[in-house]
Design a protein around this ligand. Structure first.
Ligand code: EPZ
Length: 433
């Protein structure tokens, strides 16, 4: 089992290039089920979750090929969804990557049937899929849950509806948006999530011939069409990967230019950290938008409170990384986790490194600045792992982050990219993902 060994205390200096967004790539991959023509998706991050989603699609009869792009950290996938008799997404794949549920909508829309394993919970919460299933039933799907599988079918086509999601859900918005593209009639979806990844998915669907109005807003109007066709699409930059590196510089200090990112997707984090004492400069270079993050080692950070809410508010996927930054800020920071019920597992590991914090239900109270000293810590989920790596960059001495298979699910070449800006970090142990 791989681990990362980090010698802390070195400021970060240089440039890091962000890969494509995992959370845009996954719904885009699922959407390729809507057509039997070839779809080419590029700038996919070379991470485990992408490979898993491709395997799920292959289990559903998709012909797929993956090639690594020049940087070594991104992939281009060519996919042709020919389908198969069973149309079953198996438990052994779905249990490792909950986003497999995103194949349900397109399978029903294209073939009128699907068998998808219930994803089950994960480290950060119960992660129910009721919002997905209720909406599909309203569109005419018959849904049975038997032996841990969702067995869904619809006679003829899915039917359009005027539907208001009772809760903002990224996945449910993506699943139903995709299903509605081939439904009978015009579907109106209200109270949709507006994360940038949903806009990217919608732009892919439009390239495939879908008719979608309101892209970027919380009300989407989709006029169903008879069929969709192939296209090429590059997914947007990963705002959470970029935000993770922003937090690394804020915590460990230094001066780093993040290339191929989209600062407009990071405003909530940037506003908070700017008020805490971090300097940002935006520019446009040969690789598109750039964000320069600077914190001099003598520059003190001021504590800031944060509450995670749907986009464009502060993202839950940066909560753990932000907590690590606040361990180095002067004062008290109250961090509210407003999205998931169990997303503080990194807190106890940060405490072992010397952080001074307390958890009270959905609130983490962080007092700083606290000197961190290296030790062995254990990753529990994707973003918690990133928070522990950042803490290792700050801590004096050696920090070993165990179980970094969590990290490999969502970060392409994290240790290589950090080495590129001077971090003393090595991967030790078995093979790569
Ligand atoms: C997506 O998960 C992301 N994953 C998550 O990123 C991210 O944390 C989350 O959105 C919130 O931004 C992908 O895009 C692959 P939700 P998703 O449906 O779609 C509840 C990462 O680290 N809910 O917006 O599963 C749910 O329990 C991952 O990259 C229901 O109650 O999130 C949660 O409390 C972690 N019923 C809230 O809604 C449902 O049917 C928001 O969940 C669906 C969700």
């Amino acid at each position: 089992m791989d681990r990362l060994v980090i010698q802390g205390g070195t400021p970060l200096k240089g440039r890091i290039r962000v890969s494509g967004a995992k959370n845009a790539a996954l719904p885009c991959l699922a959407a390729t089920l809507l057509t039997d023509s070839e779809v080419r998706l590029s700038n996919l991050p070379a991470v485990a979750d992408i490979r898993t989603m491709v395997k799920v699609l292959q289990s559903l009869g998709t012909e797929a090929s993956l090639e690594t792009e020049a940087s070594g950290f991104e992939l281009t996938a060519s996919l042709k969804a020919l389908g198969n008799e069973e149309l079953k997404a198996p438990y052994d794949l779905v249990k490792t990557m909950r986003a497999s549920i995103l194949v349900l909508g397109p399978l029903l829309a294209r073939w009128g049937r699907a068998i998808v394993s219930l994803p089950g919970g994960c480290a950060i919460g119960a992660r129910p899929v009721n919002l997905h299933l209720e909406a599909l039933e309203r569109m005419g799907a018959q849904i049975e849950i038997t032996h841990g599988y969702i067995e869904a079918s619809v006679k003829g086509k899915l039917q359009a509806m005027d539907h208001t999601f009772e809760k903002v859900s990224v996945g449910a918005t993506e699943n139903i948006l995709t299903a509605a593209c081939l439904a009978e009639g015009t579907t109106i979806l209200r109270n949709c999530a507006i994360e940038p990844e949903i806009g990217d998915l919608a732009r892919l669907l439009v390239k495939m011939g879908a008719q979608i109005e309101g892209i970027g807003s919380s009300t989407l109007t989709i006029t169903g069409v008879a069929q969709l066709h192939g296209c090429s699409h590059a997914v947007i930059p990963d705002r959470i990967e970029a935000g993770t590196y922003v937090c690394a510089v804020a915590a460990a200090c230094g001066d780093v230019v993040i290339d191929a990112c989209e600062p407009d997707h990071l405003r909530a984090l940037m506003d908070l950290l700017e008020r805490s004492g971090v300097e940002f400069t935006e520019a446009t270079g040969p690789e598109g938008r750039q964000l320069r993050v600077k914190r001099d080692c003598g520059q003190k950070l001021r504590s800031k409170d944060a509450t995670t809410v749907p986009h464009p508010g502060f993202p839950t996927d940066l909560q753990a990384q932000f907590m690590t930054v606040m361990t180095q800020a002067a004062g008290i920071s109250v961090i509210n986790e407003g999205i998931f019920e169990n997303r503080f597992q990194h807190a106890m590991e940060l405490e072992r490194l010397g952080a001074n914090l307390r958890i009270d239900d959905h609130k983490a109270i962080v007092a700083g600045p606290s000197p961190l000293s290296g030790c062995t810590v254990m990753a529990t989920d994707l973003r918690a792992s990133a928070a522990l790596v950042i803490a290792g960059l700050v801590a004096s001495g050696e920090t070993v982050v165990d179980r970094i298979y969590h990290l490999d699910r969502g970060y392409a070449g994290l240790e290589t990219k950090l080495q590129g800006v001077g971090a003393r970090i090595e991967r030790v142990g078995g093979g790569r993902v």
